[in-house]
Design a protein around this ligand. Structure first.
Ligand code: SF4
Ligand code: SF4
Length: 457
């Protein structure tokens, strides 16, 4: 370009821009030309607080870290957290992954897309069921089958075929294989809702993660922090945890109990004992007597022993375990699993004196004198009558003594009295114990070649 042309452009060029100073602005004022968004538009969120559990899964998946869980002042039932997701729309890319993964389906998107402010701090919202501006806005994008991110179906547990279990007391749940356990563990979203309702306050997501990473040794370490009877719990715990599991809101809850059992079944008693011994802190110096070798007595003994106390358990029965050995039928809890747990407890140096009834073989006063403290863990082994007239009839049986008789007989038929197997039985109640009785008698009827005749009311 010549010097003349360069000069001409530099001199007249700005006048083209100056001309615009006197023309009408062409900026479109947004509210005046509001356009209806498409049906599946990904606009601002709504969140049904009644449905939302505060699980924080939406927050964890957000690729731009736009969602923070914030504490809210609401009453929540067990299995929910008093926190709700708040969204920073300065970061949100409206990808919709939070909606796709929301465990309850409480989080959705609307067709609302306008929020005008020159203050960047006003782009952080805590959406509730009325959205962020509390206006009536139709829903936009919602999850469908194709965008589902959760694995809603549980890995099926293999069981003994019904034809084989009807006339045997063999444990019928077979347990997960490694591949099955990893697939099942992968369903967990690490929300920790289950931890709050677990009576033992177990750190469930941590041991599930260990199973997922195929590190069952680490899983055992997590489990033993709060539960010294995991082989038992992995089989017969009532798994309250699973009733609040996030995945259970729209699908089948994670098989927490079976995963615990899987972890325990993989590790040898020797390795579990090694782990237990590494946790001994040796602070206490006293001697403690525990009355009863049931779940509470054994648990207390384990943790007191870790704290350095010398523990002796006095058990009236021939073998330790309480209702775990003398109540729950062996098709649900075999002696071998219980003995594995008890073996670990005993390896800490705990003495279990069986056939020692306090009040008969030794008095409470003697225990108080010989020991620094006494723990009573006698349990409830006698059963409770309905007190309906006629319950004192000889053919009306209490559940626990009957179950004990059946277990004793099956353990050692030569030594124990054979339980009477009635031709027909009516069971009052439908809880765990009632079903144990019904299923045990039905099995015995089959084993004796009788027709199964058990009714549960
Ligand atoms: S994923 Fe759903 S249920 Fe969980 S905190 Fe987020 S909005 Fe609530
Ligand atoms: S097991 Fe269920 S409730 Fe527990 S952390 Fe995993 S998803 Fe959450």
């Amino acid at each position: 370009m010549s010097i003349y042309e360069t000069f001409k452009k530099s001199f007249w060029g700005p006048t083209i821009a100056w001309k615009r100073l006197f023309t009408k602005p062409v900026t479109i004022k947004v509210p005046k030309v509001y356009r209806e968004a498409a049906e599946r538009y990904r606009g601002f969120h709504v969140n049904d607080w009644e449905l939302c559990t505060g699980c924080s899964t939406c927050s964890k998946i957000c690729p731009t870290d736009a969602i923070k869980m914030v504490p809210v002042d609401i009453e929540v039932e067990p299995g929910k957290k008093a926190q709700r997701p708040a969204i920073d729309y300065g970061r949100c890319t409206f990808c919709g992954m939070c909606v796709d993964i929301c465990t309850t389906g409480s989080l959705k998107m609307t067709r609302e897309y306008i929020h005008i402010s020159d203050d960047p701090n006003t782009f952080f919202f805590l959406p509730d069921e009325a959205g962020i501006h509390h206006q009536e806005i139709p829903l936009g994008y919602q999850r469908d089958e194709a965008s589902e991110l959760l694995d809603l179906e549980r890995v099926e547990m293999e069981e003994l075929p019904a034809s084989e279990r009807v006339n045997s007391f063999i444990e019928y749940v077979k347990g997960y294989s490694k591949e099955q356990a990893i697939a099942e563990a992968a369903r967990c979203v690490d929300c920790e809702l289950c931890v709050d309702v677990c009576p033992a306050n177990m750190d469930i997501p941590r041991y599930i993660e260990s199973a997922f990473r195929d590190n069952t040794k680490e899983g055992v370490e997590w489990i033993y922090k709060t539960n010294p009877l995991p082989g038992v719990c992995g089989r017969v715990c009532t798994h309250k945890c699973e009733t609040v599991c996030s995945i259970g809101h729209r699908g089948e809850p994670v098989a927490i109990r079976w995963l615990k059992r899987y972890i325990m079944d993989q590790e040898s008693v020797k390795d579990i004992i090694k782990n237990a011994k590494e946790n001994v802190v040796k602070k206490g110096t006293g001697k403690i007597a525990i009355i009863g070798a049931g779940p509470s007595g054994l648990s207390a003994a384990y943790y007191l022993s870790l704290m350095g106390y010398k523990v002796t358990i006095f058990e009236a029965k021939e073998l330790p375990g309480g209702v775990m050995r003398y109540g729950i039928p062996r098709y649900r809890l075999p002696d071998e699993a219980l003995d594995k747990d008890i073996g670990v407890i005993k390896a800490l140096g705990i003495e279990i004196k069986c056939n020692s009834t306090v009040g008969k073989d030794i008095t409470l006063d003697e225990l108080k004198e010989k020991y620094d403290a006494v723990f009573l863990g006698t349990g409830f082994t006698l059963g409770r009558s309905t007190k309906v007239p006629g319950t004192d009839h000889k053919d009306v049986l209490m559940a626990l003594p009957l179950l004990e008789k059946i277990r004793d007989y099956l353990r050692d038929p030569g030594k124990s009295e054979k339980p009477h197997v009635p031709d027909s039985l009516i069971v009052i109640g439908g809880g765990n114990v009632a079903m144990d009785v019904a299923r045990s008698i039905a099995r015995l009827q089959r084993m004796e070649g009788k027709k199964v005749n058990v009714k549960v009311t």
